[in-house]
Design a protein around this ligand. Structure first.
Ligand code: C5P
Length: 225
């Protein structure tokens, strides 16, 4: 039995990588299976929320009852999130967004020209989706609870604390190393203004359910317990 701790809430989750095209065939992307975000979307739905899952290119089935918006690039993901969070009360950013995108996208496939010279690619920075949403009027008014994720290869606690403050969000979730992609298990470090708490290694769906319960407790108007 799962208590419906998010009944009546709208939740937006980002998941997976983004893909930043350089031409119609190629682009750059990040490693991300999307499994954690999809598990969180499922757990939020089980907890009674209306869930929108903004997904980059991944090979995962949509959790039952979840509205899925498929995107490719960070810019598309940002637009989808800005729209979906307009009437949401929780935003959970698990996506591995590419930090940069090619400055321009060639209309046609870039060809080898036989000179042995590789093309020079110029990059521009992508928008920080979590930061942008966390700075929205709704979030600043305390009506949109924003949660970020951090994957670090070292100094997780210090980085997670700093990241939470930099993004101006109430809760930051660290993936406790080693960095593994596509695994079904994980362990998480929850960092909030009070301190840290570890959710020990468990299947991602079990962790997602615990995380949903932790978020529900922190919502404005939640009964402490
Ligand atoms: O700054 P960093 O990429 O380490 O922060 C990770 C957190 O920020 C994750 O929650 C990720 O989904 C989110 N993020 C984002 N848009 C970006 C970069 C990161 O939403 N461009």
């Amino acid at each position: 039995f799962q208590p419906k701790v998010l009944a009546g809430r709208r939740v937006v989750v980002t998941a997976g990588p983004t893909f930043e095209a350089m031409d119609p065939i190629r682009g750059i992307t990040n490693h991300s299976s999307g499994k954690m975000g999809f598990a969180i979307a499922r757990a939020a739905r089980e907890a009674g929320a209306e869930v929108t899952l903004v997904a980059g290119p991944v090979h995962l089935p949509t959790p039952r009852g979840v509205v899925r918006v498929d995107v490719l690039s960070a810019q598309q993901m940002l637009q989808a999130c800005l729209q979906a969070t307009q009437n949401a009360s929780i935003f959970i950013a698990t996506a591995a967004v590419a930090d940069w995108r090619p400055a321009s996208r060639s209309e046609h496939k870039i060809k080898k020209d036989g000179s042995g010279q590789a093309p020079m690619l110029h990059f521009v920075e992508n928008p920080d989706i979590l930061l942008t949403v966390a700075q929205s009027e709704r979030a600043r008014a305390g009506r949109l609870f924003c949660v970020g994720f951090a994957a670090e290869s070292e100094n997780l606690v210090a980085h997670a604390r700093a990241k939470r403050e930099r993004k101006g969000i109430p809760l930051l979730v660290g993936n406790i190393g080693p960095l593994t992609f596509g695994q079904d298990d994980n362990s998480l470090l929850l960092v909030d203004a009070q301190g840290e708490r570890e959710l020990p290694r468990a299947p991602k769906l079990a962790l997602a359910r615990d995380l949903v319960a932790e978020i529900a407790q922190r919502l404005p108007g939640a009964v402490a317990g």
